[in-house]
Design a protein around this ligand. Structure first.
Ligand code: FES
Length: 72
């Protein structure tokens, strides 16, 4: 889905940017020009960014052989 219409940035591009180290809206703006026109996409982009960071954290934990569902 498109997150930033002005710059045609999709949620998949945001996830890819997170995989490559992006961790803030500023990082996404630098990498993808997200939010650099009208700015109306920033709230949605924050949500997608947060979810992508969380998914990466779970993936890293799963790769390490630890289940976050079993943690206290
Ligand atoms: Fe992202 Fe306008 S929708 S800058």
């Amino acid at each position: 889905m498109f997150v930033c219409i002005c710059n045609q940035v999709t949620d998949k591009q945001i996830c890819r940017a997170v995989d490559e180290g992006a961790s803030s809206l500023d990082d996404l703006s630098s990498a993808l020009n997200l939010g650099t026109c009208c700015g109306k996409c920033k709230n949605c982009a924050k949500k997608v960014l947060r979810e992508a960071i969380q998914d990466n954290a779970y993936a890293q934990v799963a790769t390490a052989g630890f289940s976050p569902a079993l943690s206290p």
